[in-house]
Ligand binder design. Structure first.
Ligand code: TXA
Ligand code: MG
Length: 367
């Protein structure tokens, strides 16, 4: 077992606990009758993380999704908590498990651009151009919805958010799911609402393990390579507008079109965009941006910036790409060490630095 920690007893079920370890879904099912006396053990063994995801494990996971269970899976940005995007009951469980407000819309994941018009209507040429350039990858398009995108996905809005992830495991899972007749997997970041997105399977277990059922799954696909959530682009007007900055940067998109594009949410104030709530991407620790570091504070900065005396170094990224990749793990490390304040030297507001600053500013509002 890697990265497991005992979790305190919770109340309200039979005393039967989940068997953890790197077992296949099939083996897990077989072993699910194993009982451990909670009174004796005093702890619950956490939700099983399924590692070494072979083709047959991925098939089983797709089947579990089709049957209405939840499957957390890796993407290149962050880990997602997946459910069949056409199954209202399964999607309702995403909201329950995350503790997320019901009107906050979800991203639907599909395996390729070919399935885009199942979910989206009136797709402008510029959106096709963006999709061709950046899919599969860390980019989400917001488009007018078709009838398949029901209110329980869009939060009642007339638009739907769609993404084709590039992580091999995510893509394989989507293909298997679609081969079973599925149309798309709804997957928000696999964290409790307002908290830090998970970038590895242990962080998913830590965030959601106690809210998941034995029939749900957490697939392990290693560390997310990008580390912050996808760029969200509103494609409902005459020009694209970036609603959430990410690693597909505004500069990169402008290069594609050879002209300036919008970068605010001002076009559609009715959209529930990420961070429209006060706390988002927030650890328990207070995040202090470019302030005075005190002894005992956690400290995050590029590697060339020395650690202030008495501070606890949490990450030393070598550049901004690395900064994005390690940021959320560093914030989690602060919480696991019981650190009260994390002092952060923010990167320059350029390229992916813009997205990092966007997340850090929101994380810092958890006073
Ligand atoms: O990288 C990502 O995008 C990850 C991975 C798992 O794909 N997903 C993710 O999902 O970050 P989530 O739910 O944590 O954030 C998606 C955001 C939500 O905050 C929501 O406000 C926004 O996308 N969103 C979803 N549908 C939308 C829509 N129709 N219009 C505007 N924003 C929308
Ligand atoms: Mg999220």
């Amino acid at each position: 077992m890697k990265g497991r920690r005992p979790r305190p007893l919770d109340d309200g079920d039979s005393g039967e606990v989940r068997v953890s370890g790197h077992l296949s879904w099939a083996k897990l099912k077989k072993r699910s009758s194993v009982k451990i006396n909670r009174q004796l053990s005093g702890t619950i063994i956490p939700m099983a993380i399924i590692s070494n995801c072979t083709a047959s494990i991925i098939k089983d996971a797709a089947l579990a999704l089709k049957e209405g269970h939840l499957v957390a899976f890796p993407t290149e940005t962050v880990y997602g908590l997946g459910a069949d995007a056409t199954n209202e009951k399964a999607v309702a469980r995403i909201y329950e498990v995350k503790g997320r407000p019901k009107d906050h819309p979800l991203i639907v994941h599909i395996s390729s651009m070919e399935l885009l018009d199942k979910w989206a209507s009136e797709i402008p040429d510029y959106a096709i151009k963006i999709a061709r350039q950046f899919w599969p990858g860390p980019m989400t398009l917001v488009l007018p919805r078709t009838t398949i995108a029901e209110d329980f996905i869009t939060g009642g809005q007339d638009t739907v958010a769609i993404r084709v992830p590039s992580h091999a495991l995510a893509n394989q899972l989507l293909k298997e799911f679609e081969s079973l007749g599925g149309y798309g997997i709804a997957a928000p970041s696999a964290n409790r609402f307002g908290k830090v997105s998970p970038t590895n399977s242990e962080a998913v277990e830590e965030e959601l393990g106690q809210f998941l059922l034995e029939s749900d799954q957490i697939l392990d696909g290693g560390q997310s390579q990008i580390g912050i959530e996808s760029t969200i682009i509103d494609c409902t007007g005459n020009t694209p507008i970036v609603l959430r900055p990410g690693s597909v940067t505004i500069e990169i998109i402008e290069n594609l079109f050879g002209e300036k594009i919008g970068e605010s949410d001002s076009r559609r104030r009715d959209i529930k965009i990420p961070g429209s709530f006060d706390t988002h991407y927030s650890p328990n620790a207070h995040v202090l941006l470019n302030g005075i570091t005190s002894a005992g504070d956690g400290f995050i900065a590029l590697e060339e910036i020395p650690t202030p005396t008495g501070a606890i170094r949490l990450a030393s990224p070598k550049d901004n790409l690395d900064y994005a990749k390690v940021l959320y793990s560093a914030l989690r490390l602060a919480d696991s060490k019981g650190i009260k304040t994390v002092s952060v030297v923010t990167p320059v507001q350029q390229g992916i630095g813009l997205a990092i600053n966007n997340r850090l500013v929101k994380a810092s509002k958890n006073l």
